[in-house]
Design a binder for this molecule. Structure first.
Ligand code: 8YV
Length: 306
């Protein structure tokens, strides 16, 4: 029997999950060889454009190995009746953990201290300057979906005061709601960005929000690069308008703008918030489950819902 064709734009991890996909399906990575493919496997930060959908006339399922769908042309997928799936929940704790780690690193100058030791600074320059306490801060969460709420639980559990902003107030939340990013940043001195990417959230964190966060403030972005105006952030760090930043996501990955590479008190990681063996295996399992359900004509386990 012919194996169904999968057009794959991003591999599954760890390797045994990719091997499972390849054992079950005819996996192709060249779009010219995929014109009959009903299934696409892609990543959150890779997505699928409308033009690619046009080149895939048989397409029925886009299985995203990530929860961000900003790189998928959802409008075109809906118009063509193509289903979209994501792996929700299974990466939330990994991303929340990374957000906290970035805050601790930026505040306590851990990466900077590591570089300081390695270049001989401890011997030749004396002491590294003082850092900022993180767990005493009032945390604000911009984007209160599954990941934002998981992070809120984590921070509250450590005794932190937590507030949030989202499209609307959540009746079941113990945290304080603010109507917009600027009023949230005015109250908080640690701002976590966990909002979905896309046109609606572009440059939501701008110079005004950063000014409101203040000179002792720390900004962490584990969502999508464009949600934060990078030039405004670099300026704010250079002028001491905010204290520090931890960034896992960028506008044009894997390229990181020079202004952020040069900015002080700025910790950078290469989009690895969900990159733990546990989270990536569970994400890949849901991709495989959705693809298998599609092939068998069963309901999709985790269709994307706005
Ligand atoms: C992954 C992500 O890095 O969930 C997302 O939207 O961006 C990340 O978790 C990406 O999808 C690679 O698999």
């Amino acid at each position: 029997m012919n194996r169904p064709t999968v057009f794959q734009l991003a591999i599954l991890e760890p390797p045994e999950m990719q091997a499972q996909l390849e054992n079950l399906y005819e996996v192709v990575s060249d779009i010219d060889a995929a014109s009959h493919a009903e299934i696409v496997v892609t990543a959150g930060n890779v997505g699928l454009s409308g033009a690619q959908m046009t080149a895939l006339p048989a397409l029925k399922l886009i299985a995203v190995n990530g929860v961000g769908v900003d790189a998928v042309d959802l409008h075109e997928a809906a118009r063509r009746g193509i289903a979209v799936t994501t792996p929700p929940d299974v990466l939330s704790l990994a991303v929340a953990e990374m957000a906290l780690a970035l805050a601790l690193d930026a505040g306590r100058r851990m990466s900077e201290g590591d570089r300081f030791i390695r270049r001989g600074g401890w011997v030749s320059e004396g002491k590294l300057g003082l850092g900022r306490s993180v767990l005493t801060k009032h945390a604000g969460i911009l984007g209160y979906g599954r990941i934002g709420r998981c992070l809120a639980d984590l921070l509250r559990g450590m005794g932190m005061q937590v507030s949030y902003t989202a499209r609307g107030e959540k009746a079941d939340s113990p945290d304080r709601f603010f109507a917009d990013a600027q009023s949230l940043a005015t109250e908080c001195d640690l701002l976590f960005v966990t909002a979905a990417g896309g046109a609606g959230t572009k440059a939501l964190v701008d110079g005004n929000v950063l000014r409101a966060l203040g000179p002792d403030g720390i900004l962490v972005n584990v969502a999508r690069g464009p949600v934060v105006d990078s030039q405004a952030l670099a300026d704010a760090l250079c002028k001491g308008m905010i204290g520090a930043a931890g960034l896992d996501v960028f506008d044009d990955e894997p390229n990181v703008p020079q202004c952020l590479l040069d900015a002080p008190h700025c910790v950078l990681t290469p989009h690895i918030a969900s990159a733990t063996t546990q989270a990536r295996r569970a994400m890949a399992q849901l991709v495989l489950d959705n693809v298998a359900a599609h092939v068998a004509g069963r309901p999709l386990p985790t269709p994307y819902k706005d």
